[in-house]
Design a protein around this ligand. Sequence first.
Ligand SMILES: [Fe+2]
Length: 464
Amino acid sequence: MDGDARINPYLAGNFAPIRSEDDFDLTVKGEIPAAMRGALFRIGPNPQFEPRDPNHHWFGGDGMIHGFYVADGKVGYRNRYVRTPKWELEHEHGRSLFGSFGNPMTTDPLAMGNEGGVANTNIVWHAGKLMALEEGHHPFEVDPKTLDSRGYVRPYGGRVTAHPKLDPKTGEMVWFAYGVGQMPLSAGMSYGVTDKDGKVVRRSDFQAPFACMVHDFMVTENHALFPILPLTASLERAMSGKPAFAWEPEKGSYVGVMRRDADVSTIRWFNTEACYVFHPLNSWEEGDKIFCDVMRYDVAPLFPNADGSPGQKAAARLVRWTFDLAGNSDAIKETPLDDLDGEFPRVDMRVETLKHRHGWYAADPTRSGTVKQSALAHMDFQTGKRQVYELTGGDLTSEPVFVPRSADAPEGDGWLTAVIWRAAENRSDLAIFEAQDIAKGPIAVAEVPRRVPFGFHGNWADLS
Ligand SMILES: [Fe+2]
């Protein structure tokens, strides 16, 4: 980076990439329960080379997987790049070649027309495959033990987002895609289903009310819901040197609701005021009502305004959206659920798409108004009780991931895992908590001898 260039925040501190692929046996402090056996896989952006785009965005870095393998009270750690075609092409040339979000203005002519996927956003275990996911490309399969790259899983017929939902009753992976079609940054969307054996059994295309970044969506036992929120996308804007994605609140917010077994032409568009949601906690239905617990921002953080001016800082809070399918109104009812700032909300995956009692998220008890993950929170929605475990000394946590005590343990009975960056030591720990008693602090900590960069999502897989 030039001496006079501003430091890109996504290349500094614990956002900065690490450039080694390692295998470590971690030192464990405390006691890891003998019954805890499996792997926590986490993924995040980790540019292989210095990005060529001066406005490099966090979302644009090459995917790197961090695997924490837990068995017999011990933890082995392994990290590997996802060797996408982009990674391979840049590796061959020894430098970065692609612009952020495939922007042709900042892409080297050498790379034009090549697959630019980075597989950096989520890592999901489904139908015997461990897949690294990103919003704009096919799922990318890696070996669950070695983390060696196996390549794109092609039968999807096009892009799939990073946030599918796993139906615990049917074993299906329900997913969507946005920006689908001939032109990039379009309003085209897809709804799709992969069956429990990994076969893609449905892909249906439709048009959103406007083109935007659709980071995640909601699924219940019988319905799928598509949030179209005003973090808009525009190829015309991008080609004029302005942001490809920008905050345009005047467009308002829409959520499309359809039955999972119905045609996409039946989507009913509900609406609410301008807001943004990166992540729902979970959703379920009761009779004619659908409930979605989501982390809602008043303003989309991390993105500029349409004229290119910097966007506002913002934090999210947990709210419940209610959709009344029997009512005459298309308005979404919104109820606050919590008063802490938070992100990366998760449930016990065995109740995803069903009514949940417990939820966990990364929180900011100081209510700084930014996305600052300095605590973990547990909400018991039955009792209304909240527990918080606050980090100290500038330490920050990843998304928390729940691990059931056994396959048939009650919902929420198990452990919570989080990767915590220790600011003073510039190093990271895998921390393990009793999931319903996080306030007492971790029952065990496995120390990584170096830092694990801030990333996006993780999931637990029972590999036995
Ligand atoms: Fe996400």
